[in-house]
Design a protein around this ligand. Structure first.
Ligand SMILES: Nc1ncnc2c1ncn2[C@@H]1O[C@H](COP(=O)(O)OP(=O)(O)OP(=O)(O)O)[C@@H](O)[C@H]1O
Ligand SMILES: [Mg+2]
Length: 293
């Protein structure tokens, strides 16, 4: 069990996170929030790259700052901006990391083959990474996070650059791994985590605004999400009064998905709330550049 207790983080006078309390058991946790909300800040504290300004993080009851290296050995981490050596091959790169980590030489080669197979890079393992696509590089990053078979896997925006097929493979792989591991993934892409996360954590205004299952989070909008059809002119007026979630054009008319406290027109069709709806409502009034400076 990994426990975040009363954790806050300031950068100088700027408060990035305030009084965060979280518990992680085995399973997949999706840290879902827009740009600048503090996802990377929380993740860097979980992997001991930065220290909390207040509060503490505990693993198996011990503060991680005391556990030091013995904690870090249990953690696999994919940074948001991950550095690699473009003139080396995935195999060379992972061998180098394994040597740095002091992994057992007898087992390293087969483990490297295993993790490269998990991310479907076996056939290019001896090719220089210079020619790799963004998605392939990202998969090398995921492979290095899995290398030491860590008990805690922390991935900061792991699906950036992956195509839909790679995303599907990635979700499947995580579900398999999560049976006896803690997996924490940050993203602002709802579909990456809604089908696999046991819990979704949302951060807003420096604090945790949701920590619950997808079902329970969606239930907060139960009976409040509707769809209706209107002309474009009506839509311009309509969106001044309602939070609209999605629009699509069909045969010259617009189908609009929106939130309302209660049904106001008999022709509105009540629809099942999705996680994306909650996300849009939660962050409806934030500017898209993120941050709160
Ligand atoms: N080293 C730093 N010094 C000062 N401010 C920082 C520092 N790192 C992050 N911040 C600020 O803290 C806030 C949270 O940043 P953080 O990188 O944790 O957000 P994020 O949710 O990971 O965003 P993104 O989705 O863009 O990766 C932002 O307003 C950011 O500008
Ligand atoms: Mg980030």
């Amino acid at each position: 069990m990994l426990v975040v207790q009363d954790v806050g983080k300031k950068y100088g006078d700027f408060t990035a996170l305030h009084n965060i309390n979280l518990q992680f058991g085995n399973g997949i946790f999706g840290l879902l929030a827009p740009n600048g909300a503090g996802k990377t800040t929380l993740i860097k504290m979980l992997v001991t790259l930065i220290s909390p300004t207040t509060g503490d993080i505990f693993y198996q009851g011990q503060p991680i700052k005391m556990l030091g290296q013995s904690y870090r050995e249990q953690v696999g981490y994919l940074p948001q901006h991950f550095g690699y050596y473009k003139h080396s091959t995935p195999k060379q790169y992972l061998s180098y990391l394994a040597a740095l980590e002091g992994m057992d030489k007898q087992t390293v080669a087969s483990r490297i083959d295993e993790v490269l197979d998990m991310v479907a890079l076996s056939d290019v393992k001896n090719k220089k990474m210079r020619k790799f696509s963004g998605g392939m590089i990202q998969r090398v990053g995921i492979a290095q996070a899995l290398l030491s078979d860590p008990k805690i896997i922390v991935l900061d925006e792991p699906t950036a650059g992956l195509d839909p097929k790679e995303r599907a493979r990635f979700r499947h792989m995580l579900s398999e791994l999560a049976r006896n591991r803690i997996i924490i993934i940050s993203t602002h892409i709802v579909s990456d985590i809604e089908s696999i996360a046991n819990e979704i954590i949302m951060i807003k205004n420096n604090v945790i605004s949701y920590k619950d299952s997808v079902t329970n989070i969606c239930a907060t909008l139960s009976g409040k999400v509707f769809e209706t059809t209107m002309t474009y002119e009506d839509f311009i007026e309509f969106r001044k009064s309602y939070v609209t979630l999605a629009e699509k054009q069909e045969q010259g008319k617009m189908i609009v998905r929106f939130v309302a406290d209660e049904i106001a027109e008999s022709f509105w069709k009540s629809v099942e709330p999705q996680l994306e709806d909650v996300f849009l409502v939660e962050y409806a009034h934030e500017n898209t550049s993120g941050g709160n400076k």
